[in-house]
Structure formats: C-alpha cells, structure tokens
Design a protein around this ligand. Structure first.
Ligand code: PMP
Length: 432
C-alpha cells in the first residue's frame, strides 16, 4: 500500500541544493508534518500525479485557484488562444476590460478594479491606497490571518508562519511592525479597545472574511457588525481580503454570502484560474487615488498579462454560466457529515469548520472560532491524519492551519475514496 516516492526523494534532495528548503513557498516543504513533499508531474480534474506516478486526490487545488479542477478544457482553450497571440505587450488589451467587467458583475460595489500579479501585491497595494486616501498610517489586522508577505502584513500572520511557529518574520523593521495593530478574530471587544485607543490614526482594517490561513474560522455576526460599525465610526476603510474566498464561496464571494460592505476588496487565486493574478477594487472615489489618476503609485510590468487574463476570464465565465455553488455545498456537506461520523465512531474529538468548498478538521473538541482555539489543536494527531491519507492517495493540505479545498471535478467517486481513506487511516490506532 505504501507509495514508492524514490523520485520525489531524489528531486527534493536536488532541489535543496539550489532553492531554499527545496521549495518556492514554505508550506510546500511539509515542515509541519515531516516527510518528503511530493513533486508533482501533472494534474487532471480532481487528481495530481507525482513524480513516481502515484495518483493523488487533490484537496489543495493549488491552494485555492483550481475551483474547476485541473486542466479544465475551457481554461486550457482560452490560454491556447491567447498563447497564439503573444505573451506580453506592456500595453492595454481588451481582455483586461472584460475581466474587470466580470469582477464588477460579481461585486457591484467595486466601481474600479486594478489587476496585479499576486494576492500579496493586491493587499499591499490596497493598504497603500487606504493610507493614501485617509492620510493615516496605522492598519489593523487579525492574529492568524494571512494576507501575503508584504512587510506590514507579516505581523502575527497565519499560513506558513503559523506552521513554522514563527508568527512574524525576521527582516520586517520594527518601525513598520509598530504601525500594524493586531486584534483577535471573532473578538469584537478587542477591536473596539484598539479603536478607542488609536481610532483617529487607523487607515484600514484588513481581514479574511472566512479565515483559511489559521485553518477555517467562520466569522460571527457580531464580529462582522463590529468591523463595519467601528471602521465607519472612526473613518477607517474596511478591506475584505477575498483572495481565498472570492468566487469560491459564491459568485460574489464572502461579500455576497454575508452581505458585507467593505470599502476595498482584494482578489487573487481563482481570478487567475491557475495563472498569476491578483486585483484590488472599490468605490470610484477611492480607486481614483491610484496612479495615473491619483497620487498613490502602483504599477507592474506583467500586470494584466494576456495569458493570465484569458485564464481568469475563462474561469469566471465558466463559473457564472453554470454556477456550481450548490453542488460544491452538497459535496462539502456530505464530506463533513461523513467525516463527523467516522471520527465519532473512532472516538476521536474533532471540530470541523466548513464554508462551502473550504474545510478544516481541527484535532480538538469544538467549537473553534478564534485563533487561540485553533492553535490549541493536537498537531501530532493532525500529522497522523495527513500521512494516513497521503499514503492512501488523498492529498490533504500539509498543515493543521490551512484550509482544504475541493472543486467541481470532485464527485461521488471522490467522496467515497476520501471517506474510505479516512476510515482506513483511523484503523491505525498507533498513529492516533
Ligand atoms: N490573502 C489571502 C487570504 C491568502 O490566502 C493569500 C495566499 N494564500 C494571500 C493573500 C497572498 O496571495 P499570494 O500568495 O498570491 O501572494
């Protein structure tokens, strides 16, 4: 039953000679779970194949973009068409307009949208804009939320920083970090305290409307209310980081699902359909502060890249033509229910948080609503779970503190395979 992973082992050794840690993004290194990361050779639909030819049922989906599954024919065809027309011009193109129009169709509050090349660039630029627009310097973020790796945002961050046990990064000047105030997610009183103290200096509050980067945390209605109320009252902007949730939880993401009213919104992942894209947008009055219209500078050699625009357009058009959100919800509900039953039968306490096609199994009793509750999970048990699944061909995210994603390519067969793998893994009492 054990997968042979000789080729991945060889490649990982070789990679470490030329790339820090052998990877180009930290969580890929399996630091939290140990063992050798699988080097991926190809992907199709809900599956990946590693360098040794092992087939893996994918619950990472490139960390979010692949909501249509891998190699969706409409996306591949759109990229091929764009490819035949040239790779990059550094001049405006029609596809940029069409994609911006699609974003606005899903998010009517975003009058203007600016494309960049990653989620990091989107949040970094949105913060600069918020500071430029308000003339204030401080920002507020939440412990365990991750918004990419811009300096101001690597303070008490989630995702790979949580996994590596380093909630903040070396190399971020103290002077920057001091301008980043940190509050606790789903704890409205803490946010109110911060505003009472620093209210007039706060340019913006940035948040994940459903957290994926501490594992899945679901916002409480009182928390969402406090976010809106306090930012309005003190004249700060509210920035919804929909890089993970945008176009995933609904056509209009978490903004639509929860009826949010942010001033600025950031996107990435699905917006690029698997190629590098980010974007930020909002009311015209704010977005008009961005260069060339206004004094807030932001630019990019490859921004609006034709291939990325084509992949994003094909992805959004496919999603909008035949919205898959009910099907994803049905798959998610069945997966969640199946997991609840299996863990209950095994007598293993877990808290399963899920919104649509984002899910985390926390290895502790529930409920898990806050960062503090999330990090008190039993990460040793998570490791056993992760490796138990991987050996059975199910590729779950290699950290307790990440969301698992599934796609429209996941169907009844994939559901059965997943639950069967979990059932088998749970039969290894030594592991748990
Ligand atoms: N915001 C959120 C909510 C994210 O999950 C991520 C990446 N996982 C980012 C921003 C950064 O995006 P990127 O990795 O494309 O820079």
């Amino acid at each position: 039953m054990r997968h042979s992973i000789t080729r991945s082992e060889e490649l990982f050794k070789e990679a470490q000679q030329v790339i820090p840690g052998g990877v180009n993004s930290p969580v890929r290194a399996f630091k939290a779970v140990g063992g050798t990361p699988r080097f991926i050779a190809r992907a199709q639909g809900a599956y990946l194949w590693d360098a040794d030819g092992n087939q893996l049922l994918d619950y990472i989906g490139s960390w979010g973009p692949m909501i249509l599954g891998h190699n969706h024919p409409a996306v591949v065809a759109a990229i091929q068409q764009a490819l035949s027309e040239g790779l990059s011009y550094g001049a405006p193109t029609e596809r940029e307009i069409r994609l911006a129009q699609r974003v606005r169709e899903a998010y009517p509050s975003a009058d203007l949208v600016r494309f960049v090349s990653s989620g990091t660039e989107a949040t970094m630029s949105a913060l600069r804009l918020a500071r430029g627009y308000t003339g204030r310097d401080r920002i507020v973020k939440f412990r365990g939320n991750y918004h990419g790796h811009a300096d101001s945002l690597l303070v008490q961050a989630g995702s790979g920083l949580l996994t590596g046990g380093t909630p903040s990064s070396a190399g971020v000047p103290q002077a920057f970090a001091e301008l980043t105030l940190v509050a606790d997610y789903n704890e409205p009183q803490a946010l109110e305290d911060l505003f009472q103290r620093y209210g007039e200096e706060i340019a913006a509050v940035i948040f994940e409307p459903v957290v994926g980067n501490a594992g899945v945390l679901i916002p409480t209605p009182t928390f969402l209310e406090a976010l809106h109320h306090l930012t309005r009252r003190y004249g700060a902007l509210l920035i919804a980081d929909e890089v993970m949730t945008g176009f995933r939880l609904a056509k209009g993401g978490a903004v639509e699902l929860f009826g949010l009213k942010p001033d600025l919104i950031c996107w990435g992942k699905i917006l690029g359909g698997g190629l590098p894209v980010g974007a930020y947008g909002g009311r015209a009055e704010i977005m008009q502060q961005v260069a060339p219209l206004g004094p807030v500078y932001q630019a990019g050699t490859l921004s609006g890249n034709p291939l990325s625009m084509a992949a994003g357009l094909a992805t959004l058009e496919t999603l909008f033509q035949d919205p898959p959100y009910e099907r994803l919800e049905a798959y998610g509900a069945a997966l969640e229910q199946g997991l609840q039953t299996l863990f209950a039968e095994a007598g293993l306490p877990v808290a399963i948080n899920r919104v649509g096609s984002m899910i985390t199994v926390f290895f502790r009793e529930g409920p898990v609503q806050t960062y503090t509750e999330a990090v008190a999970s039993d990460t040793e048990r998570f490791k056993a779970f992760f490796h138990g699944l991987l050996q059975r061909g199910v590729y779950w995210p290699p950290s307790q503190f990440e969301a698992a994603f599934f796609s429209t390519a996941h169907g009844p067969e994939e559901l059965d395979k997943t639950l069967e793998a979990v059932a088998q893994a749970l039969k290894e009492p030594a592991a748990f």
